[in-house]
Write a protein that binds this ligand. Structure first.
Ligand code: SF4
Length: 397
């Protein structure tokens, strides 16, 4: 492996992250709006070849970069077999300069976790596993259309607990139609029993083009009432704060020192490369998005020399877009907006240009703003999209 030696660290290499999109799932969950495919296993071998072509094609452009994090997401990255995962890893290590202390994470489905798999993860240096558990309640799991039951989830977490991997995240979903506060509490308490260092709590949203969205319009399911969502959110804060987890981002909780390096790099708008269908890259303020269609991706990635041909969108972010993105990403994080940093980047004084809006949001107890920082209150976190829209309107006006 091209590892990073101490005497080479002095600024010659720019930090870079890599995201790899594995778009396969065993079945499609009714709430999911990711770029994913099921029942197309025959396409996997060609996909792996095309992915490796893309990994290799980009390596020269980023020869002076040091990879500080790699994240395998999807879809379900644990769906592919060990041989294919090994091939992807070999291609990364042979083509990129990887930092010794890089974060290497994978999203897994509980049903895919077994000892041979964990042994491979150890062999290739995966040091963070994110488990798509979603709930410890059997009725909620079946409502969510998950392909695993509670026992399978517990078994996978037990295997992970006794493995070499310490950095484990669990995903849980709240705001599921029909979900009670007690069911949500049960799931969080089960997570706490495992003492894993990281939890992601996602509020279910009804995205267009999903089955849940159609069911909602057909009145087959009912959206949970706002008061129950608020109660679930407040309970999450109480239980996790009492157990030494801090909410470093709206949906993410960590024990001190276990924050996701890869995700923090996204939220800080650092450079990253995305490989695979629909994956996005951000390089020095330009965003590139790969073509989403799996078949087109497979065909194109194998047959092109120039990476640009794989992009469906290339956007240079304007100053206004950069500002709204900065405000949004920083407000999502616990530390909020640092006024000095804002001034350094935009050459503008945050509390002056948003004076009226800050007053209004402050008066409504949605933000906390002092001379140094502005961040969301717990009440504000619940209506973060509304607050981001307000800032965007202010910037556009
Ligand atoms: S397993 Fe994950 S990516 Fe696949 S359909 Fe379900 S939610 Fe979407």
């Amino acid at each position: 492996m091209k590892t990073h030696k101490k005497n080479q660290t002095s600024g010659h290499h720019k930090d870079l992250s890599i995201y790899i999109h594995i778009p396969f799932c065993e079945i499609i969950c009714p709430y999911c709006d990711f770029n994913k495919y099921s029942k197309v296993d025959d396409l996997i071998p060609n996909f792996i070849q095309s992915l490796i072509s893309e990994i290799q094609r980009n390596s020269k452009r980023f020869a002076d970069s040091k990879i500080v994090s790699i994240s395998l997401g999807g879809g379900t990255p644990s769906y592919i077999n060990n041989k294919d995962l090994m091939a992807i890893f070999n291609s990364l290590k042979n083509n990129y300069f990887i930092d010794n202390k890089f974060e290497f994470s994978i999203e897994v489905n509980p049903a895919d976790i077994n000892n041979p798999r964990l042994e491979l993860y150890e062999k290739i240096g995966i040091n963070r596993v994110s488990v798509g558990g979603q709930s410890f309640n059997k009725n909620i799991l079946s409502k969510l259309g998950r392909n695993h039951d509670v026992e399978t989830l517990k078994k996978s977490l037990d295997l992970l607990s006794s493995s070499y991997i310490n950095n484990i995240n669990l995903d849980l979903i709240f705001g599921v139609p029909g979900q009670t506060l007690a069911q949500w509490e049960e799931s969080i308490k089960m997570f706490l029993d495992y003492s894993f260092p990281h939890l992601s709590t996602y509020l279910l949203t009804f995205e267009p083009k999903t089955k849940f969205f159609r069911d909602l319009n057909l009145k087959k399911i009912i959206e949970p009432k706002e008061n129950i969502i608020i109660e679930m959110f407040n309970l999450t804060i109480e239980l996790l704060n009492n157990n030494n987890y801090h909410q470093y981002e709206i949906s993410n909780w960590a024990q001190k020192g276990s924050e996701s390096i890869h995700n923090l790099r996204y939220w800080n708008s650092n450079n990253y490369l995305g490989f695979g269908p629909g994956a996005s890259s951000l390089i020095n303020g330009t965003r590139m998005k790969n073509i989403s269609s799996l078949k087109k991706y497979i065909y194109l990635s194998k047959n092109i020399d120039n990476q640009n041909e794989l992009y469906s969108e290339v956007t240079t972010i304007t100053e206004e877009e950069k500002m709204i993105e900065y405000i949004m990403l920083n407000l999502r994080m616990h530390i909020g907006i640092n006024h000095k940093d804002f001034e350094k980047i935009f050459n503008k004084i945050f509390i002056s240009i948003f004076k009226n809006l800050i007053n209004e949001l402050n008066n409504n107890l949605l933000i906390k703003s002092n001379l140094k920082t502005t961040s969301l209150t717990n009440k504000g976190k619940l209506v973060s999209d509304y607050i981001f829209t307000k800032f965007a309107e202010e910037i556009d006006s």
